[in-house]
Design a protein around this ligand. Sequence first.
Ligand code: LLP
Length: 431
Amino acid sequence: MPSADHPDLPGAPHFHYRDGELWVEDLPVAELARRYGTPLFVYSLAALRAAAAQWQQALAGREALVCYALKANSTLAIVQALAQAGCGADIVSGGELARALRSGVPPQRIVFSGVGKTRAEMRAALQAGIACFNVESMAELDVLDAVARELGVKAAVSLRVNPDVDARTHPYISTGLRDNKFGIPHDEAQAAYRYAASRPGLRVVGIDCHIGSQITSVEPYLDALDRVLDLVEALQRDGIALHHLDLGGGLGIEYHGETPPSPAALVQALLQRLDARGHGHRRLLFEPGRSLVGNAGICVTEVLYTKPGTSKHFLIVDAAMNDLPRPAMYEAYHAIVPVRPRQDVAAHAWDVVGPVCESGDWLGRNRRLAAEAGDLLAIGSAGAYCMSMASHYNTRGKAAEVLVSGAREQLIRARETVADLWRLEHALALT
Ligand code: LLP
């Protein structure tokens, strides 16, 4: 059982202490680290399935589709697991299109978001027969219309409307404010729809909004929904019928004491508002990323050195900002817990840092831990926006990834070697 010094990982019931050590489902985490080395991402298949089921059950009985936002974690086996659980995909690049298709997501369950789609990406998505493009600007409408006509097809479009509501989250991950680069301003949307409806290469099918990420209350969603429904009604008066509403992703998770609504609570609040305003019959799409995968993964790292100082004490571990960029980028908090809690070592307040040559390379500050060189630590909530944002900075290969189901595990991505890193480089040939 965890003690006050060794709390469980927040929001992650599939990772738990048993017999004095951390387990994932029915496997000891230390065993996986021994087998595959560190840093190591470890995911729970049951956690992925449970998260998908929460969304699916909340929407049961409605015409709805949960499109997993691949950007949160696009490793093929993860996308496959969610596709098998009935999810579609929200993609933002040709690369993510390829990953979604390769993972078995049916094209008619794929929506394509993003402010900078290239013609080649549009062509690939049209040829694959995706469900819908979430279009973010007038200029994009023109290009998509032209590309579709070249191919002799009609592109299904939904306009991403920027509702100008405050998601009350970190400024870098807030996307629904007027000053963000995302979406078409609310007051220009009606004209944009009229224009889209007039283009021969386009077929207007829906409306879309996404106001930010790591949102921890329902109010911003309800505000955005009201703004979107105002538009839907205005468009209806214009004779433009919208088949679906895509309410985006953004639902937060618990990293450290946050209490976001469950998918069920969020969906229920939204359905109530939809029904109250007479829109309960419309097809609903969501684009969750973090809430599907965030707490289904941890990153296991080994303490390389302890470096006590005068004012700061550092635990230097083998994972770094290239593996887990969120603390450096957003000052994000990830729980850090010992894999095998020690009773024989005194606890200190440590800054947990990586080997990368940047002062910004920290994973946790002022964390009370009892640890020595050679000990393993688990970094929590590492399923979303960690591996997918990892880099090769300092010529560090990306970590390996393992997926666990019960007492079985599968390596789903091998650790990168230095040969992988320079595979595309050429030795100097110029004299
Ligand atoms: N749909 C659209 C159009 C998006 O831009 C995003 C996320 C999502 C869906 C999925 O949002 P989620 O459910 O995961 O919150 N790297 C940042 C998060 C950036 C999110 C970008 N867009 C982080 O690590 O916190």
